[in-house]
Write a protein that binds this ligand. Structure first.
Ligand code: NAG
Ligand code: NAG
Ligand code: NAG
Ligand code: NAG
Ligand code: NAG
Ligand code: NAG
Ligand code: NAG
Ligand code: NAG
Length: 872
């Protein structure tokens, strides 16, 4: 009896330990997206669903492609590789994410589809201000491997709640971009840390990991087998065997697989699975004949980058100190000296890992890793051991991980930043749900020394065939300069501590805001933007407000916060949303605005059940927003450029009166002696002025262009970009201009307006919008002229309906007889040659919007108009 109780007890204890292990083992990512691109079919691989990419509204355009030719070189479970999404114009996938470090995995399997020859595919991929691939030909990359497909893995610290991956085809005829499958998944916060040993310098130092992107070059299970994603402790990485990297004949011995790995609390199981720590390569144990050698592994890498190297150790053979003491060399320099693993942990079979940074600025493009017994250590055996390793490339000072620089003429990297994340959500976004593109990544915060990482977790490695891209040649930016730059920085600096200068808005205490929003009750959330959530609230005095609460972890949001306070506290206008106050206590960044009962204009145009607005209401909204923008441009001493005009940034109050909102990206206009502001391109795709995009010179006319898109959106009740439409229709600006130039704009107006609009009012409106959308900013009217013309269009409409109500036959009526101001603003300056050129260009675009890459005007046009993040 006693025996049985004891047995039960020990089973219970075992179970408890077991369940503890299981608990620790499975990492559950907060975000996990697996997309089977370009298809409407889900694919299931090892029990994981790869979702079709339309359903979640991740992508706004591109051409779905698939092949029925099976390839015997692809894994049997590679179903998700047989479809792809092809991009002939710059395009982006957008995801709503939890801020934090994420894995980004891209799978490429080139196949012929219709007229798309994979030999012609040439493109770049950017994300979050980093270049992941530049001018890459997947076919070219695959030639250097024995594989039929390529996997690329990156690790990026995403600061906002929106993440976009941009595919940009090369500027060459017939070139296109494609992707077969895409995976985005949160990484554990502590899997990477901010210190590592700089090879050749000994002590661990901090590097500034948060601002760094990594590309996995290799992830190796030394002495073991391939570990597939499904067997990788929840992290979905792939580990490959080391046999193809080991140098020479002296390959040591592989001890038996030890399943009994005991993870200490300092090493979570997601650092590496048992199958990695439980296998190893050693020098040969006590049977070793000639101990005078090193075990050497060689990894081809790209020169002119630094590499973050993580080595995994676990003493799975010996049990006592002083039995195995060895050195680790990276690139012929001592990285660790006199390592006795058992001195680093409390018992045998316990994992231990160490992180290094190895700059590879010149010379050999192969990373050398060696282990060998420490000379004269007094250890019992001349021995060394290694269980696993990961090698990641660190982005260079230009934010690039690509082997070659971006092609000349490429738009600035900083313009490939996420927009705020709310656009595609069905939540109605009220105030400033979109903060817009964040500024370039904030400066490195920590770091005294050099590029040292600390316990980062590993990136992924491609299987032998999935090698990372062989580097072509060029270098972009020297590590040395980065290093010296980084070494100048010190201190972590809190961005919240310095209050924006010059603030005019009222300070509102955090306590009052807590009360106003019922402790930031989730049920009061009006919308979510890149800056953070927007809540409905009520202040002590009963004022209804919208409270925009910055995400304290998003340092990039601070610039927008400051800009918005500074601008809005100076500006008061009936058609600008007003800032009631702000709060900057407890590291919070909170802005408080008037509550706009009817929310964003877009919701009244399409995509919701809200009642449709009639033409007069729409015109009044256009006029109100034009007034607001006109005031911005001319009312303040120096003029202010909004930079993010779009239908989600025009809010409607309880009387449907329009108010322009969201000034986070706004810029003070050029001073008198200059004609423009030079700045990185920001704004929302689909609304972006092609000239601004091309020349990066900002003027008020960029807002005029965006406003032209807004006018068309109001008239046609469809998004600026609608990827589900045929290619020539997808971009509203192109499509509407095409019909306008044919004089048939009425063909594409909101069906609910049919029969309501007086044709002269429509003509005036169409001309106004067309002028706003002129390719050259100089051909566009000033906001004041736009306003004037819209008022004229309203007058035409009202006169006609008056006449209608007094039973006059409208059609017989000659509009010229109506006494109205002369139509002068629209007919000045560039009228002469403008329309003709435009007609030609616009027809070209309409015919083939997405393949015109022959000149730089069209690439920018296509880029600015087709790439869309409407959801921001
Ligand atoms: C694909 O999978 C997702 C998530 O599991 C599911 O919501 C969706 O309905 C599936 N689609 C199809 C076409 O099966
Ligand atoms: C791509 O080019 C290679 C030769 O470089 C050729 O063998 C192959 O057929 C081409 N592929 C297609 C789809 O044309
Ligand atoms: C995971 O590992 C187990 C044990 O080694 C093996 O039997 C199984 O096939 C592996 N699963 C996958 C998907 O590789
Ligand atoms: C390390 O030394 C070997 C042999 O001496 C040499 O071939 C190799 O290029 C060196 N590696 C590096 C990265 O310097
Ligand atoms: C092991 O490699 C290091 C670095 O390349 C070298 O200094 C050392 O001499 C090598 N040891 C042996 C025994 O070859
Ligand atoms: C990596 O890119 C970021 C953002 O561009 C930059 O701040 C950082 O300095 C780069 N890292 C290195 C080591 O140059
Ligand atoms: C891009 O790659 C193509 C094909 O490999 C090459 O011909 C072209 O010169 C490259 N362009 C740049 C700017 O590197
Ligand atoms: C595209 O290529 C053409 C001709 O090679 C060149 O004139 C133009 O500047 C390029 N545009 C961009 C954006 O690189």
């Amino acid at each position: 009896m006693l025996f049985r109780i004891a047995a039960l007890l020990s089973i219970a204890i075992l179970l408890k330990q077991y369940s503890h292990v299981v608990c620790q083992t499975v990492w559950q990512p907060k975000d996990q997206f697996r997309l089977n691109c370009g298809t409407t079919m889900n694919a299931t691989v090892y029990g994981q669903v790869w979702m079709e990419d339309i359903e979640g509204h991740f992508i706004t355009d591109g051409i779905p492609a698939s092949t029925s030719n099976q390839n015997s070189l692809l894994p049997a479970n590679g179903d998700f590789l047989y479809s792809a999404r092809i991009f002939t114009t710059p395009s982006e996938y957008t995801f709503s994410v939890t801020p934090g470090r994420h894995w980004i995995r891209m799978y490429f399997y080139p196949f012929s589809f219709q007229n798309f020859d994979p030999n012609w595919s040439l493109f770049s991929v950017l994300a979050d201000g980093y270049v992941l691939l530049s001018n890459v030909s997947i076919v070219g990359e695959l030639k250097t491997t024995s594989q039929a497909y390529l996997t690329m893995e990156y690790s990026i610290n995403i600061a906002s709640s929106s993440f976009s991956l941009y595919f940009v085809p090369a500027n060459a005829s017939n070139s296109y971009a494609f992707i077969n499958a895409l995976e985005i998944e949160s990484m554990p916060d502590d899997s990477l840390a901010d210190d590592a040993i700089l090879v050749g310098h000994g002590e661990p130092s901090q590097f500034g990991l948060p601002g760094i992107a990594l590309q996995t070059m290799y992830r190796v299970n030394v002495g073991g087998q391939t570990v597939s994603p499904a067997n990788d402790s929840g992290e979905a990485r792939t580990w490959i065997p080391d046999s193809s990297f080991i140098l020479g004949a002296a390959t040591g011995v592989i001890p038996p697989y030890n399943f009994n790995i005991q993870y200490p609390s300092t090493v979570p199981t997601y650092i590496a699975p048992v199958s990695v720590y439980g296998t190893a390569r050693t020098m040969g144990g006590s049977n070793i004949i000639n101990s005078h050698f090193n075990l050497t592994w060689i990894f081809p890498v790209d020169l002119h980058f630094a590499y973050y190297v993580r080595l995994h150790f676990c003493e799975i053979v010996y049990t006592s100190l002083y039995q195995r003491i060895f050195n680790v060399y990276i690139n012929n320099q001592t990285a660790l000296s006199g390592l006795d693993i058992l001195a680093k942990v409390t018992a045998a079979n316990m994992p231990y890992y160490a992180d290094f940074v190895a700059p590879m600025l010149q010379g050999d493009n192969r990373l050398w890793l060696q282990i060998g017994p420490t000379p004269n250590s007094g250890a019992q055996f001349k021995e060394a051991i290694l269980n696993g390793l990961e090698i990641f490339k660190i982005n260079n000072s230009e934010g690039s991980l690509a082997a070659v620089p971006l092609p000349p003429g490429f738009p600035p990297i900083a313009s490939f930043q996420p927009h705020s994340g709310s656009q595609r959500s069905s939540v109605v976004v009220y105030i400033g749900a979109s903060v817009g593109i964040f500024a370039a990544v904030a400066a490195l915060l920590a770091s005294l020394y050099f590029l040292l990482f600390k316990r980062t977790k590993g990136g992924k490695v491609m299987s032998p065939a999935w090698r990372s891209l062989p580097l072509l040649s060029g270098s972009s930016g020297s590590i040395g300069s980065k290093l010296s730059k980084a070494s100048l920085k010190s201190g972590t600096g809190s961005f919240v501590s310095s209050a924006p200068s010059n603030m005019g808005g009222r300070f509102i205490g955090f306590a009052e805001l807590l009360e106003a929003t019922n402790n930031f009750d989730e049920s009061l959330v009006l919308g979510i933007g890149g800056f953070g959530k927007v809540y409905k609230g009520e202040l002590f005095d009963g004022t209804q407000v919208a409270v925009k609460r910055g995400n304290p972890r998003s340092e990039q949001g601070f610039t927008e916060f400051q800009t918005e306070i500074e601008l809005l506290s100076k500006l008061r206008h009936r058609h600008l949303v007003s800032l009631i106050g702000y709060c900057e206590e407890h590291s919070e960044m909170i802005l408080v605005y008037d509550y706009m009962a009817n929310g964003p204009l877009r919701g009244h145009l399409y995509g919701t059940d809200l009642p449709s607005l009639n033409w007069k209401q729409r015109l009044e909204i256009c006029i109100g927003s034009a007034r607001g923008l006109h005031y911005l441009h001319t009312g303040a001493a120096q003029g202010i450029i909004h930079r993010d005009v779009k239908t989600t940034n025009i809010l409607l109050d309880e009387n449907l009166e329009a108010k322009v909102s969201d000034f986070g990206l706004s810029k003070t206009g050029p001073s008198l002696d200059r004609t423009h502001v030079s700045t990185a391109v920001k704004g929302s795709f689909g609304y972006l002025d092609p000239e601004y995009f091309r020349r990066q010179q900002l003027t008020e006319k960029s807002d005029v262009y965006s406003f032209g898109v807004v006018l068309m959106e109001i008239l046609c009740a469809r998004p600026a970009i609608n990827p589900t439409l045929p290619r020539d229709q997808c971009n509203l600006a192109d499509w509407a201009l095409y019909w306008q130039k044919m004089g048939k704009l009425e063909e594409i107006i909101d069906p609910r307006l049919v029969g309501q609009i007086n044709k002269d009012s429509l003509r005036k409106f169409g001309e106004t919008a067309e002028k706003c959308l002129a390719e050259q900013s100089i051909d566009r009217p000033a906001m004041g002229d736009v306003l004037w013309n819209l008022e004229y269009a309203l007058q035409l409409q009202e006169t006609s309906s008056e006449r209608e109500s007094s039973a006059v036959n409208l059609d017989a009526c000659n509009p010229q007889l109506i006494e109205l101001p002369v139509d002068q603003p629209m007919t000045d300056d560039s009228e002469t040659n403008g329309p003709v050129t435009h007609a030609v260009e616009s027809e070209e675009h309409a015919d083939d919007t997405s393949t015109v890459f022959s000149d730089d005007a069209s690439i920018s046009t296509v880029f600015s108009q087709l790439v869309n993040t409407q959801g921001r």
